[in-house]
Design a protein around this ligand. Structure first.
Ligand code: NDP
Length: 341
């Protein structure tokens, strides 16, 4: 009998790739969605891409909300492993940071506690490099590793950064104090790129959409370590399959790219489109941020180069990170081919 994996937030951009790889690898998947009305969307996205379309018979969908206790007991029935990916990831930061922090932290604790109550001890959780890199590096430090923890009091710690850091910490703290029997692995993706499986994509692809629409004439001087979405899905599965991963965090990272590199990659691919490639002075970005909340999010990170290392995932999970520049091109091609930009 194949293992049954509960994937929370199965309607998400990363989770759809994860469910696809799990089904292709022979696992049975329970995917959670806030609304069961999204089940058809999930099946439509996965069906045509599965190596064996009958693998869809191994997928079921259950309703779960991070902010409600309803349904968690039932969702855990028959489950061997929980992959907790659900967490809010909006493009703009909310006025009240608790709008992100509460569902992220409470939802993560709901997921692990419900798992334990049902006797499910294996959990793989999707954290983020947001929980790693938002801190001042030590003198001489050139990259961040799994030993680093974001400082939530740092000026660059947005509501999202806090939500991911506090959710991950809450789970490790609960594990240490109340549930040492739980076998937990954290996956900490950097900025994820790659073609989505359908048009209901999240913030990762909205960033590419914004560039391809030529909405901004100039680009801010900021960037991120980036990674291919297929590698992040694979990391979750390898973590489940390799007991050496238990108790560890794993950064998913190919290379660091400035936002300007995103513009240059997309412009080279779509030369006739109006795509920004020139840098904006930091002072201009700070001024524009007064009016645009999605710009405000990046002001504290202007000029910072927070490089995160994927070496531990290469070594223990056996991941050879793909060139994320291809993933950016594939995301761009998806949006252009489907006339979405
Ligand atoms: P998406 O926005 O596409 O997916 C987020 C998922 O979380 C969706 O399924 C969403 O459900 C679900 N969710 C959000 N709020 C709630 C809630 N209150 N109750 C139940 N479900 C909820 O984002 P990604 O796929 O990009 O992100 C998936 C995970 O990966 C998140 O934990 C994110 O923090 C993490 N991550 C993402 C990175 C990236 O670059 N994309 C980088 C690092 C980490 P619904 O579809 O109903 O909105």
């Amino acid at each position: 009998m194949s293992k049954t994996v509960l994937v929370t937030g199965a309607t998400g951009y990363i989770a759809k790739h994860l469910v696809l790889q799990l089904l292709d690898a022979g696992y049975t998947v329970k995917g959670s969605a806030r609304s069961l009305s999204r089940e058809g969307e999930l099946r439509d996205a996965l069906g045509p891409r599965l190596s064996d379309p009958s693998a869809l018979d191994r997928l079921s969908v259950v309703p779960l909300d991070l902010s409600s206790d309803d349904g968690w007991d039932k969702a855990m029935e028959g489950v061997d492993v929980v992959m907790h990916t659900a967490s809010p990831f909006p493009l703009s930061q909310p006025r009240d940071e608790n709008d992100l922090i509460r569902p992220a932290v409470d939802g993560a604790l709901r997921a692990v506690k419900a798992a334990r109550a049902a006797g499910v001890t294996r959990v793989i959780m999707t954290s983020s490099t947001a929980a790693v890199v938002t801190k001042d590096p030590a003198p001489g430090q050139t990259q961040f590793t799994e030993n680093d923890w974001t400082d939530v009091t740092h000026p660059a710690a947005t509501a999202y950064v806090k939500s991911k850091t506090m959710a991950e910490k809450a789970v490790w703290d609960w594990h240490a104090s109340d549930a040492p029997d739980m076998q937990i692995t954290m996956i900490n993706p950097s900025f994820v790129q790659g073609a989505p499986l359908d048009d209901n994509f999240g913030t990762s692809i909205q960033v590419i959409e914004r560039l391809l629409k030529g909405k901004d004439p100039l680009l801010p001087r900021f960037g991120f370590t980036c990674v291919d979405v297929r590698d992040i899905a694979l990391m979750h599965i390898r973590a489940m399959e390799r007991p050496e991963s238990i108790g560890k965090r794993f950064i998913g990272a190919d290379r660091y790219l400035w936002f300007q590199d995103f513009g240059l990659i997309l412009k080279a691919q779509h030369p006739s489109r109006k795509i920004p490639t020139r840098l904006a002075p930091n002072a201009l970005i700070r001024f524009l941020a007064l009016f645009d909340p999605s710009i405000r999010t990046i002001v504290p990170t202007l000029g910072r180069k927070d490089v995160a290392s994927g070496a531990q995932a290469e070594k223990i999970l056996g991941i050879s990170f793909r060139n994320v520049e291809d993933a950016i091109r594939e995301a761009g091609a998806y949006l252009v081919e489907r006339d979405l930009v």
